[in-house]
Design a protein around this ligand. Sequence first.
Ligand SMILES: NC(=O)CC[C@H](N)C(=O)O
Length: 394
Amino acid sequence: MIRKERAILALEDGTVYRGYAFGHRGETVGEVVFNTSMTGYQEIMTDPSYNGQIVTITYPHVGNYGVAIYDMESNKPYVRGFISREFSAEYSNHRAQQSLEAFMQQYGVVSIQGIDTRALVRRLRTGGVVKGVIAHRSFTHPEDPYGEFTPAEEQVYVSRALGHQDIDGHDMTREVTTALPYAFPTLRHGKRVVLMDFGIKHTIIERLAEVGIEPIVVPAHTTPAQIMALQPHGLFLSNGPGDPAPLEYAHKTAWELMGLLPTFGICLGHQILGLAAGGRTFKMKFGHRGGNQPVKNLLTGNVEITSQNHGYAVDIESIPNGAFVPTHVNLNDGTLEGMAHARYPVFSVQYHPEASPGPHDSRYLFDRFIEEIDAFDGGSGTPVAKANSGRLGV
Ligand SMILES: NC(=O)CC[C@H](N)C(=O)O
């Protein structure tokens, strides 16, 4: 019989799931969320938007194609922990350099397997996301990693989950944004666009470069004056972790630049635009995370199957004076998935059109951005402050 090292997942509501240790041996705490993607575990782990969260993958078998350098969405995993019904110890893939467990051990990702992930997800869907702790028995009892935790020990982990700081109301972007600006010398022929990095994914930069954009990535705290000094043709507001409401510095920057540059926001960037315009965001019960979220494009009537990862949403009704109009809605729950400014070439989506991982239905948004940039400066290469009134007929 193979003896497996024990681990538990203890939730703040008192529920304890007993399973087996995987990845880096230790303890971890975070907000427990779930993602329904069937592939893309490496992209999910390295998406900085998951900073502070423990991710449950609903797909029951994870790791069998290993980890490849090409699939990094940032410089390291940002998930605080990973949960699956079963992790594969073996992998087989000509692109892979490493097993999932070796990757987790290299970067300190504490994980658990062998728990009933269907029961866990039902709990999160019913009661909403909760904080939780993954604890490996080998960490506290190296002499006997195969034994069970006692009920009293389990309660200590429940209390630790309960006492952990909520993600809500805190700036989670400062831990993930780039310290210094960077550009891509080889791409110096495109339209220069400043990418505000709140936790940007590499594939977004690639998709922007593909449509003829020269990306210049800047730290989240870059001021409007510093951005304009780079003489950009456009502005991009990235995805990122945590609650968008406390990021007041970012709302201010987006507000000051609104109308000066064609602007595209994805996910956290979309939420920042809503807040900049005076609107409100709210926390969803369990969010949208996965690769098959149906979204209706209100401008074309088309339905897109989208990749998503968010726990907050913009309340479009709260934006004063109809400054933004809805362009996309989620067909599962009717929440806002995209909007465009009524007068300026400023638009955003709550979902992830770069889709890494996910279906490619929404790539047209990158073409739309370069079209807005071309239309705005008329090919002169100089950003002009002008209100594009009458756009969208509003
Ligand atoms: N992917 C993202 O940018 C997520 C945005 C935000 N952190 C949310 O959860 O809603």
